[in-house]
Write a protein that binds this ligand. Structure first.
Ligand SMILES: [Fe+2]
Length: 256
């Protein structure tokens, strides 16, 4: 099967660009499943009902998030109700929603798991290694995809080797900058440190440079304006053997 995993979708511009391009990408690449990180997709903060609808209309099948999952408190109920909208499995236990979802793709199932890192993340989350061991012990699916929403490359890479051979793919999100280290690890897990984003090319991780520069004072409230202009869609396309669950190919994807 072929899966497209997309990095953080930034703001209304990112959602609109995805709606414009993704249907054709899905057809031309013959994709079976599309996963995207939607934690920054709202025009204001986090993810909203409107941005979630946009992602679904574009063709995204499973939406992952991260440290901004609950920025918009109005979405807490949606996280409870909607099974394909995920928040990290290692959020505090009282958090609304759930961290994994099994997508039923006819003869085979795909388990998508969302995890958040601890290094430089400024949020108090559970141990990602222990959390995923627990989920994998209770949910054994041949095909498993993991979005590890984390800042530090070292933590992402260590997590990847912890999971090598146990999941089909582990991809990083959160930094919004696509890395060039895509590879198949020795035991068959596809890996990239960061997928990149869906956002404006001339920007500071999707934010307008003027807005990013004007908010550098520690005293100024952080309210960023997303950048306009040409956009990019960044991610990876995975080819996964449905019988073994191993990844045979990982290709970096970028469309402008
Ligand atoms: Fe994030």
């Amino acid at each position: 099967m072929k899966v497209l995993m997309i990095g953080d979708v930034v703001g209304e511009g990112g959602c609109n660009f995805l709606c414009l391009k993704l249907p054709n990408i899905r057809r031309s690449k013959q994709l079976d499943l599309i996963v995207a990180n939607g934690e920054n997709s709202a025009a204001e903060n986090g993810i909203s009902h409107k941005s979630m609808r946009s992602l679904m209309n574009a063709g995204v099948d499973v939406i992952t998030t991260g440290n901004h999952a609950f920025r918009n408190h109005q979405m807490e109920e949606m996280f409870e109700q909607c099974e394909f909208l995920l928040r990290p499995i290692n959020f505090p236990p009282e958090s609304p929603g759930h961290g994994f979802f099994v997508y039923d793709k006819g003869p085979f199932q795909v388990c998508v798991i969302n995890v958040i890192g601890n290094v430089f993340m400024q949020t108090a989350n559970g141990n990602p290694f222990e959390a995923i061991d627990k989920v994998l012990a209770q949910n054994q699916h041949k095909i498993t995809l993991v979005d590890f929403h984390a800042e530090a490359t070292g933590e992402k890479k260590a997590f990847a080797f912890h999971l090598d051979g146990r999941v089909s793919a582990l991809v990083g999100t959160h930094t919004h900058v696509q890395t060039a280290d895509e590879q198949i690890l020795p035991k068959g897990t596809a890996y990239i440190s960061d997928l990149g984003m869906v956002g404006a090319i001339v920007s500071v991780v999707g934010v307008s440079p003027e807005s990013a520069l004007s908010n550098r004072s520690p005293d100024s409230p952080i309210k960023h304006k997303t950048a306009g202009g040409p956009h990019e869609i960044c991610g990876v396309i995975l080819t996964i053997d449905e019988i073994t669950g191993k990844a045979s190919k990982i290709e970096r994807f970028r469309q402008i």
